[in-house]
Design a protein around this ligand. Structure first.
Ligand code: BV8
Length: 235
């Protein structure tokens, strides 16, 4: 009987790579077409709203062409079967975890299928293009923006994330370069709270030295293996 009860899983772009969604910092990564300052900052949104809205419209449209892979499906299996506490925190803005069936999920950097009203703070499920100046159905202001956490903006759910990390027995990071904070710092908070830490990634990341164990390989192979092992240890 495993003594593990409370899990926190952090995912990044690498878990969606085998679904065909480009990562940010690989060759031909998402940012390569744009300097991050040009598409993922509040200043960029202010300076060139059409460019920023179009960047996220293209990525939202691309969701129709991709599907969850074995790694997303394995985490959904874990979510359905895990008797203890579990929080899957994703840095990704795609909807592949949801489409695989995961429920205990938190998008800390926002989501493509959501529009945020900059005037009243209401969130709206969103499909299709979101032109600058689109009106908010709740308050009427022409102030809908992509519901995305830009650089310099506070990630969503940080209190809930930090509370889960402080209680975690096991912290697992999947498919992230460990380049962006505060997400990249969560492994250290987990270790400080006494959790065991595991990294599953294609290659060494900026955070690899902070993990007790780092397994290198594609998520679609490593994640199902890990989920099978942790569920069978629970029996
Ligand atoms: C904040 C949403 C404060 C948009 C994103 C100096 C030092 C430290 C920090 C800072 C600093 N200067 C500024 C900061 C803060 C800044 C930051 O960390 N900057 C970095 C660049 C230094 N952070 C912020 O601004 C954050 N906010 O700090 O707020 C604050 C406080 C109070 C009040 C107000 C504000 C907000 C950051 C969020 C930015 N938004 N995304 C969008 O998606 O378009 S960031 C974006 O990049 C992702 O969300 C993710 O978080 C991040 C990193 O991407 P990854 O997911 O890791 O992807 P990447 O391509 O990098 O790596 C992929 C990995 O997968 C690789 O390792 C690869 O090997 C692996 N892989 C590839 N294929 C596979 C695979 N693994 C397995 N299987 C495969 N098949």
């Amino acid at each position: 009987m495993s003594t593990l009860h409370q899990l926190v899983v952090l995912t990044g772009a690498g878990i969606s790579a085998e679904s065909g969604i480009a990562t940010f910092r690989g060759p031909g990564g998402l940012w390569e077409g744009h300097r991050v300052e040009d598409v993922c900052t509040p200043e960029a949104l202010e300076r060139d709203p059409a460019l920023v809205h179009r960047f996220y419209d293209l990525r939202r449209a691309a969701l129709a062409t991709v599907a969850p892979n074995a790694a997303h499906r394995a985490l959904a299996r874990l979510d359905a079967a895990w008797p203890g506490e579990l929080l899957i925190v994703t840095q990704n803005v795609d909807d592949l975890h949801e489409r695989a069936g995961t429920r205990r999920l938190l998008h800390m950097h926002g989501a493509l299928r959501s529009a945020l009203c900059a005037a009243c703070g209401t969130r709206h499920q969103w499909e299709g293009a979101l032109p600058p100046g689109t009106g908010c159905a709740a308050c009427g202001a022409p102030a809908l923006r992509p519901d995305i956490v830009f650089f310099g903006e506070m990630p969503y759910g940080m209190e809930r994330i930090e509370a889960a990390v402080a209680r975690a027995d096991l912290f697992v990071s999947i498919g992230t370069s460990g380049a962006v904070y505060p997400a990249a710092g969560l492994v250290r908070a987990a270790s400080a709270a006494g959790a065991t830490t595991l990294e599953l990634n294609l290659e060494r990341s900026a955070g690899s030295d902070w993990f007790d164990t780092s397994r290198l390989g594609p998520a679609a192979s490593l994640v199902p293996e890990w989920v099978d092992s942790i569920l069978s240890a629970q029996k």
